[in-house]
Design a protein around this ligand. Sequence first.
Ligand SMILES: C[S@@+](CC[C@H](N)C(=O)[O-])C[C@H]1O[C@@H](n2cnc3c(N)ncnc32)[C@H](O)[C@@H]1O
Length: 262
Amino acid sequence: MGTRRAFDAAAADFAALGRYLWEPIGAATVAAAGLAEGDRVLDACCGTGASAIPAAHAVGAEGVVDAIDLSGPMIGELRRLSAGLPQLRAHEADATAWDTGGYDVVQSALGIFFFPDMTDGTERLIARARSGGRVVFTIWRGGSMVAAGRHLGRAVAAVTESGPPSEREPSLIDRIDQAGPYADWLSERNLSDVDVTVNELRLTMTPEIAWLVVVGSGFRGLLDGLEPDVVERVRERYLESLRADGVTELDATTLIGSGTVH
Ligand SMILES: C[S@@+](CC[C@H](N)C(=O)[O-])C[C@H]1O[C@@H](n2cnc3c(N)ncnc32)[C@H](O)[C@@H]1O
């Protein structure tokens, strides 16, 4: 399943997981952006607005937030959630092809590593900011979320009697998922004053939250094509697997990288 379809299917559960995961990360991303009233902001890969909505509050009625996501259901949910914020304009589009520019701030929370070419896509976003503007890109720190993916992969394999889940090919994100390498990579992107903040977050894995982590995120793609009764067996197996391994918390720490555009 592609990124778009996984997130399309996840939109409602994505919003439900939001208060535990996306919203605190989005708020920290916006805090790092240092927004002022009247600012023009591009929020790329906005999902249901975890960073776009607090940004819209920060820039006020005189400001603008163009929030962009590939997924129509995400954008639909965001339009519903931001009904009282006319300064937030939600667009269903590919953020890397967005051609309006001159933004005071370009931000993206947990989005840039989905671009087929992460470096090229990120440079395209940076080019949308005005000279002297700021960019803020939040990524997972290495190791975050992996325990959930590992237990889910095992549960799907066991229930569907398929082979063990294939390992993802190592890619750029695996080489820059610590603060130092991430700062170096950002510094190579025509940015100055680069700063990377480690934003610690741990989710308490109650059964409810543990399952929301699956159905309310891109992990949901692993359930694609499974019948509801099979999904229910996967859910039971996954929760049992977490219990057996004593997993009570999930590391969801992020790296918030920012810089000034030349
Ligand atoms: C993990 S979610 C994060 C959403 C939101 N920023 C948040 O923090 O809650 C990633 C989002 O990126 C979107 N996405 C991936 N590639 C994209 C692209 N090229 N253009 C726009 N959105 C994209 C997906 O549809 C998904 O909604």
